[in-house]
Design a binder for this molecule. Structure first.
Ligand code: ADP
Length: 429
């Protein structure tokens, strides 16, 4: 409308001027005929340009600029320029998409994008190979139908993706690790890794350690037996030789402790036969623990037990006893003479909770994260001197994990340490 009114005024003025000019030379009828011819020609030209314009759009020869007359030339030129810009944006987008797809294809991990209904919208070749799926067939189908695994489905539905999920895919005989990252408002990127080789190596290593420890146990028992016999007759030996045999005996006992710990660790890690669903009464369990603590308390510590005797819980009595006694032994060993050790067993937020704190030497903050690793010690010499193997906390952590529990450690150098074991509600009777 904004353009049409001035255009209409201009046309009227032009026709009126033409009329008056022609009127000076020609008769009125001739003038009207000429004006009509001019108007018809004008309309015809515009109609022709409109058809031309329509053909140009239809033939999608949008990359060639057609010839136009007057205002039509400007229209063609503007559309042509806009189209050039759009084509460039489109090309850039295509290139970015291509680069992204190539990058995703080059990844060693499988990548799957799912929409808000968990339907597959895209996946790379690695994902197709790992999960034995086909993007064309699986497109817009729920990932749960395409890759059937109960643990994976539960993980997907749970919505808490802070930790990765490791599953064994029975149909493809593969160990897979999944990580999910939500993106945009309700889409998810599923990243999967084939960890079969890692798990195989890990199992081989565990098997080797377990077999090796077993093999060492028998000869070591014989050696310790002979050393003990020698020990009883050592009065016949001179002081130097006695010292040597005493040292041999100490080291052999240390080796036996190390082997026992290694065997215990491999048993906890890979013993599916261990029954972790036995009913345990706190009363009997902690009475035994209290007696053991008394026996190993060789530094005159005050050990205070605060036990909720009513708790009946479920687990492996042997393993849990081993875990708790390990923590008590550590508290005794890493606390100076006549220290204070407090042990509490209670329900915290409905969960059976074991808490032990000492006023011992403490653990440096930067070591707390690694303290449960095998053979990790803050001070190797101190650990050895007190009969440690560096495996105690690793055993504790494994036992607690096998019971679906959590181990929390806090400590302050020179002030003491606190270890808290929380078992899940399901382990309460
Ligand atoms: P170790 O046989 O050396 O005691 P653990 O696995 O039981 O092995 O413990 C690992 C390390 O953690 C120990 O060497 C020690 O440095 C530290 N640690 C464990 N418990 C305590 C504690 N209650 N107080 C101070 N340090 C501790």
């Amino acid at each position: 409308m904004k353009l049409f009114v001035p255009f209409l005024i201009k046309c009227c003025l032009l026709i009126t001027t033409l009329y008056f000019v022609l009127d000076l030379f020609f008769s009125q009828t001739t003038v009207l005929i000429i004006i009509n011819l001019v108007t018809i020609s004008f309309l015809f030209i515009n109609y022709y340009q409109a058809i031309h314009f329509n053909n140009w759009l239809d033939k999608s020869k949008i990359n060639e600029l057609p010839n136009g007359l007057g205002i039509w030339e400007m229209i063609f030129s503007k559309i042509y320029k806009q189209n050039q810009v759009q084509t460039k944006i489109q090309n850039d987008l295509n290139l970015t998409l291509e680069q992204f797809t190539s990058a995703a294809e080059a990844m060693l991990d499988g990548v799957i994008a799912v929409n808000k209904n968990d339907e597959v919208i895209w996946c790379n070749r690695q994902a197709e190979a790992m999960l034995k799926i086909n993007l064309k067939k699986s497109y817009k189908r729920p990932i749960g139908y395409t890759f059937r695994n109960t643990e994976f489905n539960d993980y997907l539905l749970k919505g808490d993706y802070s930790e990765t999920l490791k599953v064994y895919d029975f149909s493809n005989k593969k160990n897979l690790e999944f990580k999910i990252s939500p993106f945009r408002s309700n889409m998810k990127l599923i990243i999967c890794k084939d960890i079969t080789q890692i798990i195989t190596n890990e199992n081989l290593r565990k098997e080797f350690v377990s077999n090796f420890s077993h093999e060492l146990k028998t000869p070591l028992t014989v050696i310790i037996g002979f050393l003990e016999t020698l020990d009883t007759t050592k009065n016949n030996l001179d002081e130097g030789t006695k010292k040597i045999f005493e040292l041999m005996n100490d080291q052999a006992i240390r080796m036996r402790k190390l082997i026992d710990d290694l065997l215990l660790l491999s048993n906890v890690e890979s013993n599916p036969m261990e029954d972790r669903s036995l009913k345990i009464s706190s009363n009997k369990f902690f009475n035994k623990l209290q007696k053991e603590a008394k026996l190993i308390n060789n530094k005159n510590h005050k050990i205070n037990f605060d036990i909720d005797q009513n708790i009946i819980f479920i687990g492996s009595e042997k393993e849990l006893e081993s875990a708790f006694i390990n923590l008590i032994s550590n508290a005794i060993r890493y606390t100076k003479e006549r220290g204070q050790i407090n042990i509490k067993w209670s329900l915290v937020l409905g969960r059976p909770t074991f808490e032990i704190n000492d006023n011992g030497i403490g653990i440096p903050k930067n070591h707390i994260k690694r303290i449960t690793e095998r053979f990790f010690r803050v001070d190797a010499a101190r650990s050895r001197d007190t009969g440690g193997t560096g495996l105690g906390l690793s055993i504790v952590k494994n036992i607690i994990e096998q019971h679906d529990g959590l181990l929390k450690i806090s400590s302050e150098i020179g002030k003491g340490s606190k270890f808290i074991i929380t078992l899940p509600k399901e382990r309460l009777v």
